[in-house]
Design a protein around this ligand. Structure first.
Ligand code: XIL
Length: 316
């Protein structure tokens, strides 16, 4: 069975993957698998649409890499998600160390959101407009936008996004919100407050960078708590990392864990799809970020399907 085919048969919009330009340019086999829309119905740009990539100097926009991924998705008949416009990381220093005053940073941020989302108008299904706004304790994370503008930076970013592409679904995306806890509650409170004040918000992205054997038992309940607010949810960056070296027992647990996550999305009507944060261990961000861990994806370093793939199929 084919992962996107079964996702759509289960009523989902897609099963998808993140991808990045260096891999697409250098690895034809990788690109051919990614381009098979029976496997992947959706692409996310792993880095190409982030602020440091799209506006490296103030007012100088570069869309070459993002455009290449959009063109690939369109050629393959795949949906695109946009990722992301306002985040405290991967910011050029002209933004993060600017010392811009409140009014100037508001205008810089609005211009960035309008220009990037406007460039892709009509071509993106859902945008991670605001990425990772929370600390684990549920307070708003300290980044240049929060420190300079205050919590209304979120309102202003979402309003600029809606104006730039009225048909794109506008998301807030974060990690450690996939199960009940202070951070998930803070997301519920934020989205409910945004909706009560008429600020546009359509979706909550559950990143889902999980540790093997530690899928939150409240994942489905948390998805339901989010969709009860009147927004959709998506699993936006799924990977399930293990402490290396890999063993057959770990691969079997990983299969179970992938099935658990996908099943939760299948069970929740307004969970629209599942995206893995790279489909293959060959190009995963995990080993360089979490020392001693890896093999988090459903295809191995040789671009062969792992037991985790069967877990995905069983979950839809
Ligand atoms: C990661 C990319 O995978 C890496 O290539 C990059 O060096 C750092 O960012 N949460 C997010 C993603 O929202 O943008 C991050 O992607 C992973 C964590």
């Amino acid at each position: 069975a084919r992962s996107n085919t079964v996702a759509q048969a289960a009523g989902k919009l897609y099963f998808g993957s993140a991808t990045d330009n260096p891999f697409l340019n250098e690895d034809a086999t990788y690109k051919a698998i990614l381009s098979d829309n029976t496997l992947f119905g959706q692409l996310s740009p792993e880095n190409a649409m982030k602020w440091d990539a799209t506006e490296p100097e103030q007012g100088v926009f570069t869309f070459t890499n993002g455009d290449a991924i959009v063109a690939l998705a369109q050629a393959n008949g795949q949906i695109m998600r946009g990722h992301n416009t306002v985040w405290g990381s991967q910011l050029p220093s002209w933004v993060s160390d600017s010392g811009f005053d409140n009014a100037t940073l508001i205008s810089v941020m609005q211009n960035h959101v309008s220009t990037v989302i406007g460039h892709y108008k009509g071509q993106i299904d859902g945008w991670d407009v605001v990425n990772e706004p929370f600390n684990d304790d549920g307070t708003l994370a300290s980044n240049v936008f929060f420190e300079t503008i205050g919590p209304t930076y979120i309102d202003l970013a979402l309003q600029a996004a809606r104006a730039a592409d009225p048909n794109a679904k506008l998301y807030i995306n974060d990690f450690n919100i996939e199960g009940e806890g202070a951070k998930a509650t803070a997301m519920v409170n934020l989205v409910s407050d945004l909706k009560s004040r008429g600020i546009p918000i359509d979706g909550i992205g559950l990143e889902s960078h999980f540790i093997l054997g530690e899928i939150p038992t409240t994942l489905q309940a948390q998805m339901e708590a989010f969709t009860a607010l009147g927004v959709e949810v998506a699993v936006t960056e799924l990977d399930i990392r293990m402490t290396l070296p890999e063993t057959d027992a770990l691969l079997a647990q990983q299969q179970t864990d992938y099935q658990t996550v996908v099943s939760a999305c299948t069970a929740v009507a307004d969970c629209v799809g599942v995206t893995v944060w790279e489909y293959t261990d060959k190009y995963s961000w995990v080993p360089s970020t979490f020392a001693g861990q890896g093999d988090a994806d459903p295809w191995d370093e040789n671009l062969e399907m792992k037991p985790a793939y069967d877990g995905i199929i069983a979950g839809f």
